[in-house]
Design a protein around this ligand. Structure first.
Ligand SMILES: Nc1ncnc2c1ncn2[C@@H]1O[C@H](COP(=O)(O)OP(=O)(O)OP(=O)(O)O)[C@@H](O)[C@H]1O
Length: 230
């Protein structure tokens, strides 16, 4: 579904350049894949390339038959809206909108009708265990609850790919564990979930762990017992 082929990204620095992603090749399939590596190993740069926020100097990102990295910025935004959801460390909820309205927001951008938006947002929040909190404003919710709203929002347009960048970074361990379980459930349901983290313990919840060092994929670990059943 999402494939990186020979991705290479440099950032100029004075007379030289930092190689942030170094000929990275990988095919992401359904299930939970974790990208791990020390600070500066290129995780965020790689995510930005995979999602088409940024373009590689060399190589390609393929989304099905489409070469994402050859599309215009507008086309990439359109493809992101249709195929990708994002959960970040900062929840980025709109503070003046309730949980339900936050989850419905991407559906409004996509031109869905009010009734449909509200019904789907309600269902998603129920599924995230947030049914009784859906009319709360974000500041009335705990960090973990806000992150669950953010996951519901990321799923609102039912994207086949979900990116999570340090999604538990601001959470206590119990809330973090809940968030990872929710992401795992999405992966087991057949979604391609890509988790970026520097937390090796958290990464053990993924069935595939990609180890990055200096922008290179140095090792892929597969945990067969966690692989989704076909
Ligand atoms: N916009 C930029 N301009 C210049 N250098 C950059 C830029 N973005 C990243 N880098 C450099 O590229 C390398 C990879 O950075 P990146 O943020 O992708 O790593 P990371 O693994 O996500 O790190 P962290 O875990 O600390 O977030 C680093 O050396 C960083 O300094």
């Amino acid at each position: 579904m999402l494939e990186a082929i020979g991705l290479h990204k440099r950032f100029p620095q004075g007379d030289t350049a930092i190689v942030a992603v170094d000929h990275f090749t990988y095919r992401f399939g359904p299930g939970l894949s974790a990208i791990v590596g020390p600070s500066g190993s290129g995780k965020t740069t790689l995510l930005n390339l995979l999602a088409g926020f940024d373009l590689p100097d060399q190589g390609q990102v393929r989304l099905g038959e489409t070469v994402l990295s050859q599309q215009s910025e507008d086309a990439r935004s359109e493809l992101r809206l249709r195929y990708m959801g994002f959960v970040f460390q900062q929840w980025n909820l709109i503070p003046t909108l309730t949980a339900l309205e936050n989850v419905a927001f991407p559906m409004m951008l996509a031109g869905k009708r009010l009734k449909e938006r509200q019904a789907r947002a309600g269902e998603l929040l129920e599924a995230m265990g947030m049914g009784r909190r859906m009319h709360h404003l974000p500041h009335k919710l705990s960090g973990g609850e806000q992150q669950r709203v953010a996951i519901a929002r990321a799923l609102s347009l039912n994207p086949p790919i979900l990116f999570a960048d340090e999604p538990t970074g601001n959470l206590d361990s119990a809330s973090g564990a809940k968030v990872i379980e929710l992401l795992r459930a999405q992966a087991q349901g057949g979604r391609t979930v890509i988790l970026v983290t520097h937390d090796l313990e958290l990464a053990q919840k993924a069935e595939r762990i990609l180890h990055l060092r200096d922008g290179q994929l140095i090792r892929e670990e597969i945990i067969p017992s966690l692989l989704p059943t076909p």
